[in-house]
Ligand binder design. Structure first.
Ligand code: PLP
Length: 497
């Protein structure tokens, strides 16, 4: 399988797409075609466990990677997750399910792919005969950073530098990052919000001068952000896996459509659901849920993407994003894979800051997606009521998705022509990851200290506290640097040695 860029140019192998991270000129790699999963193959997936399902699906894209080796890697990667199943589907009530993706080492769904990416990168470098040291640059809205650090810490021939918005992550998220062990890691706070952080990192990527300076030091750049296709592909598996679990538990018959609601920021998670549909999974509606930074809600409703708007810090910080990178991949598909048009839209997004869809594109999108958002009050309400009703503590990101999912389900119930369909809400983080926000939502009270928050949530809910967060309490911060966005290349050069 080859991969092409959303902005045109020659097709490359999977290994090359992974090593490069982003294509020339800022384009994103997408599969040249979507491999289909036949009805028989879907049947076969039913009896497999999670790593086997993932190996099967990844193998369809990365056919140059030996299947047995892929499976061994996935077994090892997901073996580090807490519990038997790395992506358990929890039944809440008839027709409503939570897909828990937070049982990995850093307690957020980013682990699903970032536990696997280091292996994919190492193997890709081997295949391509890359001699240079790889430097993985990562901008994070809170969760990618730690998951990437965990994945790459101690890896040979790789360095990883993570940039997070100094004021834009939860205390727990920050503590997870700045206490990271390993000689090959660097963690830097950036003055500004996530968009400032992400655009500063992308600028380094696009700059030939920056790349040349690094190459003089024998260093090649890549990224662990979800623009890297190696992040996206492993995420397709949990949509298939959730579907299979619904079939095997008798909740649906094979072939029935299922809706998924996804708390969305950079559009990586939900895009994997769209890819699963393109491969033939019976996905009904993908519910794109935003917080108060509702640029995507407006996009899906009006067909206009307009990033010129106030930026809000919310209690779901990993979704505080106004420039959603992976949307470029969806735009490329709905334009009929028109790279010239995609380039033009991305240029308009940079300046003047907006672009519009054609009427038929908007119409096509509305058949597959529903978009909505939750205000801060909505999120608090939802987390509180959900606990009252089901005795299950949602994290605040998942609370956003649950609010929008229920809004969508209500609308669907009012439509006499619509058949009822099961709804799977994708749960992206443990409630212990943003404990202060979750404690506030559950009780209306503030708690100053993250660990006190953890303890109190545990007392109220009895949900198990993940080992990795418990251990954090006794770790000393190692990284204290905070820089303005224009200084980060200097830091990168210095770190590269
Ligand atoms: C990253 C993240 C999101 C948003 O996912 P995208 O792929 O960026 O849309 C939502 N919730 C949590 C907890 C996250 O870490």
């Amino acid at each position: 399988m080859k991969f092409i860029s959303t902005r045109g140019g020659a097709a490359v192998s999977g290994a090359e797409a992974i090593v490069r991270g982003m294509a020339e000129g800022g384009g994103l790699y997408v599969p040249e075609t979507f491999p289909s999963v036949s009805a028989e193959e879907l049947e076969q997936l039913l009896s497999m466990n999670y790593p086997e399902r993932t190996a099967f699906l990844l193998g369809k894209f990365l056919d140059e990677f030996p299947q047995d080796e892929l499976l061994a890697t996935l077994n090892a990667a997901y073996g580090r997750f807490e519990g038997e199943d790395p992506a358990p589907l929890v039944r809440i009530e008839d027709g409503l399910f939570l897909l828990e993706l937070f049982h990995g080492p850093t307690c957020a769904f980013k682990d699903m792919a970032l536990a696997v990416l280091p292996y994919l990168l190492r193997k890709s470098c081997e295949r391509l005969g890359v001699k240079e040291k790889m430097l993985v640059l990562t901008a994070t809205s809170g969760d990618t950073g730690k998951a990437a650090l965990e994945g790459f810490a101690g890896a040979e021939g790789v360095q990883i530098a993570v940039f997070y918005p100094e004021e834009g992550v939860s205390k727990m998220q920050k503590l997870q990052m700045v206490t990271q062990d390993g000689e090959n890691v660097d963690v830097v706070g950036v003055k500004g919000n996530f968009d400032d952080c992400q655009s500063a990192v992308k600028k380094i990527f696009r700059s030939q001068e920056c790349r040349d300076k690094l190459r003089e030091k024998g260093v090649l750049l890549t990224t662990a952000n979800s623009v890297n296709i190696g992040r996206l592909l492993p995420q397709i598996a949990y949509y298939f896996s959730a579907y299979c679990d619904l079939v095997t538990s008798g909740q649906i018959a094979m072939g029935d459509a299922v809706d998924f609601a996804v708390p969305t920021g950079n559009f990586g998670n939900i895009l994997a659901g769209d890819y699963a549909r393109r491969m033939g999974l019976p996905v009904g509606t993908l519910v794109c849920a935003s917080n108060r930074n509702n640029v995507l809600t407006d996009f899906f409703r009006k067909g206009v993407y307009d990033k010129k708007r106030p930026f809000y810090r919310t209690m779901s910080p990993s979704m505080d994003i106004l420039v959603s990178s992976n949307l470029e991949r969806l735009l490329f598909e709905i334009s009929g894979r028109d790279s010239a048009l995609t380039i033009e839209r991305m240029r308009s997004l940079a300046n003047p800051g907006r672009y519009s869809l054609r009427a038929e594109e908007l119409k096509a999108l509305s058949q597959n997606f529903y978009a909505g958002y939750a205000s801060e009050e909505d999120t608090v309400e939802c987390v509180y009521e959900f606990f009252e009703e089901f005795n299950y503590p949602l994290d605040t990101h998942t609370g956003v998705a649950m609010h929008v999912a229920r809004e969508y389900c209500r609308k669907r119930a009012e439509d006499i022509h619509a058949e009822p369909r099961p709804m799977v809400v994708v749960s992206t983080a443990s409630p212990y990851k943003c404990p202060q926000a979750v404690y506030y939502a559950l009780t209306g009270n503030d708690v100053k200290d993250s660990f006190k928050g953890v303890k109190r949530i545990h007392l109220i809910t009895a949900m198990k506290v993940p080992e990795s967060l418990r251990a954090l309490r006794y770790k000393a911060p190692r990284f204290k640097t905070v820089l303005s966005p224009d200084k980060i290349f200097e830091e990168v050069l210095h770190f590269a040695g």
